[in-house]
Design a protein around this ligand. Structure first.
Ligand code: NCD
Ligand code: ZN
Length: 473
């Protein structure tokens, strides 16, 4: 093979896909992988990464991050958020619309696109907001390049009001016609508001009051409602941050019926419980809350049997003073996670909770499929973007909040001992992280190109669009 156009070779590592782990060298020309071949076949290239003793993985694709800009750049900006992603082995992110202004108008989208284009270290998609007042703007947002939509069915940081069911259904009808996927924060707002108010009146301000305000039934109801609307309209659906075992049966049944619904869970739901809430307090306040012991096992099982498709982080940075009040209601919800996901989950691989192949499936392969960017992303094969992570599975470290690239040092993982390390991260052929040090260039990250499968709208003749045009008798 001629190496004329090969400018980088990752040599001597083990290349991982959902179905195989093979010793292979990876040749890269500019932004693309051009060959994955048996060790030693390729002549020397101008640049080489010695991956001996390491594993070579597709970069993680995170369906759920909050980078806060515009509006809350003191919590995070696109530079620090995507730097954190790169250092954690995440090469693509999908960023949420609860910024200020929220990403529900063309102007707000443009503001965010400019922030992202100027600063991103990794590739990105931007979510548009689906809310009560912007149903007539959804198609414009699609035209202007959003990657998908987010509907806050329940209140969370940013306090964006949940749309009415009427608006949500109409929004889904529109997204269905375009084949777009809508992510939902599936919690029932009226149950939560009533419970929180009653507990505040009763003087409860302890960490577990947060859990009590948001019982699993909130998710059961909202997941069921979202699935009903998605199935009726044919809109693609994505369930954000699945935290409990309770709504899994709805999702399992929906998938069996052929509903295009994908589901994510996060490291904190897989590895933490209310026991940690009592020690971490406001730092661990998150929506939905981490649950009592026992739920995590059910989430692991759901990953293994396919009801949950992928691991996302819900990277939700806040400042220490926003998370430290003794009064749980005064603590902002969420914490950073994009930089720690891969080392923590690879530590679970070492602990035998999943295979490395499964990890690749859940961190890269499945999200690439869900967001229509496979096989450009999510796989190491000729023709794909060179979004690659080289990791060590026998060198760990202790997570230290001060070493995070996020502006938020409020990690709940401070002191966690990993048994794995992200050594190199490549984004479209560029080395962004080398020997665990950020060397990339801010602004290299690009909007992710997507090609969703053909739209499959249902009940079109009963959609708002059709009925307002129907003849009157
Ligand atoms: C997220 C945030 O801070 O933006 N917070 C959280 O508790 N998860 C919002 C969200 O994803 O619900
Ligand atoms: Zn959410």
């Amino acid at each position: 093979m001629s190496n004329n156009n090969i400018n980088l070779i990752i040599r001597g590592g083990k290349v991982v896909s959902p179905s195989s782990t093979i010793e292979a060298d990876v040749a890269i020309s500019d932004e693309k992988i051009v060959a994955v071949v048996s060790p030693g076949v390729l002549p020397k290239a101008e640049r080489e990464i010695d991956a001996a003793g390491h594993y070579v993985l597709p970069g993680a694709i995170d369906s759920h991050v909050h980078f806060r800009e515009p509006g809350y750049a003191y919590k995070e900006d696109w530079g620090t958020g995507t730097a954190a992603a790169a250092c954690g082995g995440t090469t693509s992110v999908f960023e949420m619309p609860n910024t200020n202004p929220p990403t529900g108008t063309l102007e707000a989208l443009k503001l965010k696109q400019d922030c992202a284009a100027a600063q991103a270290y990794v590739d990105y998609g931007i979510y548009g907001l689906l809310d009560e007042d912007n149903i007539d703007v959804l198609e414009d947002l699609i035209g202007a390049g959003v990657s998908g939509f987010k509907c806050f069915m329940g209140n969370t940081f940013g306090d964006l009001p949940a749309p009415s069911d009427g608006a949500m259904l109409e929004g889904f009808e529109i997204l269905a016609r375009h084949g777009y996927r809508c992510t939902v924060h599936a919690e029932n707002p009226s149950i939560m508001a009533r419970r929180q108010e009653r507990m505040v009146q009763a003087g409860r301000t302890d960490p577990l009051a947060h859990l009590a305000a948001r019982p699993e039934v909130c998710a059961v109801e909202a997941v069921g409602r979202a699935v009903a609307f998605a199935e009726w309209t044919g809109a693609r659906l994505h369930i954000a941050h699945k935290s409990s075992k309770d709504a899994l049966y709805i999702l399992k049944d929906a998938k069996a019926r052929g509903v295009d619904v994908t589901v994510e869970t996060c490291p904190h739901y897989l590895l933490m419980s209310t026991d940690d809430m009592t020690t971490l307090g406001g730092a661990l306040r998150v929506n939905p809350p981490v649950r009592e012991p026992g739920h995590a096992e059910a989430l692991w099982e759901a990953l293994h049997e396919g009801t949950i498709d992928m691991i996302a982080t819900d990277h939700a940075p806040h400042q220490p003073d926003e998370k430290s009040s003794k009064n749980i209601w005064e603590c902002d919800c969420g914490f950073p996670g994009v930089e720690t996901q891969m080392p923590i989950m690879l530590t679970q691989v070492n602990a035998g909770r999943m295979t490395l192949n499964q990890y690749v499936k859940w961190s890269a392969h499945a999200p690439a499929h869900a967001w229509g960017c496979y096989p450009n992303k999510g796989v190491i094969q000729a023709g794909s973007d060179a979004d690659i992570v080289v990791v060590s599975l026998d060198k760990g470290y202790i997570i230290d909040r001060e070493n995070l690239h996020s502006k938020s040092k409020m990690t709940v993982w401070h002191g966690f001992e990993t048994t794995a390390t992200v050594a190199w991260t490549l984004v479209r052929g560029r080395t962004v992280v080398e020997n665990s040090v950020l060397i990339g260039e801010s602004g290299w990250g690009k909007k992710i190109e997507q090609k969703m499968p053909e739209p499959a709208p249902q009940n079109i003749e009963k959609s708002m669009d059709a009925i307002v045009k129907a003849p009157r008798f």
